[in-house]
Write a protein that binds this ligand. Sequence first.
Ligand SMILES: Cc1cc2nc3c(=O)[nH]c(=O)nc-3n(C[C@H](O)[C@H](O)[C@H](O)COP(=O)(O)OP(=O)(O)OC[C@H]3O[C@@H](n4cnc5c(N)ncnc54)[C@H](O)[C@@H]3O)c2cc1C
Length: 416
Amino acid sequence: MLDIIRPGDPAYRSVRHVYTATGSPAAVVRPRSADEVAAALGFARESGGPLAVRSGGHGISSVATNDGGTVIDLSRLDAVEPLQDNLVRIEPGARWGDVAAELSPLGLAISSGDSGDVGVGGLATTGGLGLLGRAHGLTIDRLTSAELVTADGTIRTVDAEHEPELFWAIRGAGANIGVVTSFTFRAARVPVVAHATFQYRVPDVASFLRRWGETVEAAPRTVSAFLYLLGDGVALATVVVTDADAEPALTPFLRVAPLLGRHVQLTPYASVVTATHAPQTGQQRARTHSGLAVHLDEPVAGRIADLVDAGFGQLLQIRSAGGAINDVPPDATAYAHRHQNFSITAVAAPGRTDFDAAFDKLRPALDGLYLSFESTFTPQRLLEAFPPTTRQRLRAVKAAVDPDDLFHQNFPVSAH
Ligand SMILES: Cc1cc2nc3c(=O)[nH]c(=O)nc-3n(C[C@H](O)[C@H](O)[C@H](O)COP(=O)(O)OP(=O)(O)OC[C@H]3O[C@@H](n4cnc5c(N)ncnc54)[C@H](O)[C@@H]3O)c2cc1C
């Protein structure tokens, strides 16, 4: 029997909201198997109203809850099972911090992101730009097969031999295609990482960014680096190196700008990405925009500096891409952005609609976007996430497996 939580049930409070939004669904179904996911889809169809699919509830797009509809909450499907040959079967409701904790004692890791509370399902169906990205690729690049429940309730195994088009599509646009109930990844051998944090004084954002960008691009691919511009002339960087002998790779980062603080430790990857499992109450409501860039050169750095000066107050993050991520051909996965070296994300309070116009001034200098960091789905944003040939191919896949467009909640390729 399906586990269905409705308003008034004691557990309702703990399942109605997500990290980035509050919600009032009529029913939250918590399946324990792929068969139950298929049954939950049937239940949602019969019930009518909106549908939401939820894994870890950390979607920036805030569509993993709704008002008056059905939420399929995959949190009970949270197994992490190491197999042989560094393969690992992981269910979508697991959090990346839990995955890292399970794999670290085996000397293994899968690059995910900078937050251990992010769910496996949402991230592993869009990309996964993480702190091992330049060394080991996007999360989706380590996927060898998946179990997928499509709109008609069919449970399919998708990999390079079986249903290759579906396998291509779920690596970048999974939310359009169905519900992934199990992922098999090939983990990388990562016994230890050097985890460095640098706090910089940044009197001039544009020139700092140019130097930062050059330093990252010149670094060996064992280095991945995330930068957080905090405003008030301060930036914080996390740099992860997959070599135990990290000093040569880290030294150039000491020279990017005057340092206010620094810390380096050799540690298992699991201590870099930890899960808190904090209750979700819509505590992180925000307006978020994303863009990718090949270099942090003058047009990009100057416009980011203008955005910082405009003072939207929350956060501007720049993540390294490149390295192993760009070894993958653009048509190998539905995430097509394989020549950019940086991902830029700006976050503002939800009420700041003037933020959209400010970020739009940066967009002409950008090159595509990563949909997991964008909270608006206008036609232009869709085109930036899925370039024309990718979008055309996705629409063909979708027409075959989801002709009624059941899965249209998150960056819907069928729209417009
Ligand atoms: C604090 C924070 C830090 C982050 N850092 C990073 C980072 O460093 N790198 C990075 O790449 N991303 C990062 N992200 C973005 C993150 O990858 C996405 O928001 C992702 O969607 C979250 O996954 P989830 O399972 O928690 O989300 P959910 O909110 O549960 O799901 C988001 C959407 O994904 C789809 N979906 C979820 N599960 C499935 C499934 N099993 N099958 C098919 N579709 C599904 C649904 O449309 C759902 O609405 C971060 C997000 C946050 C909030």
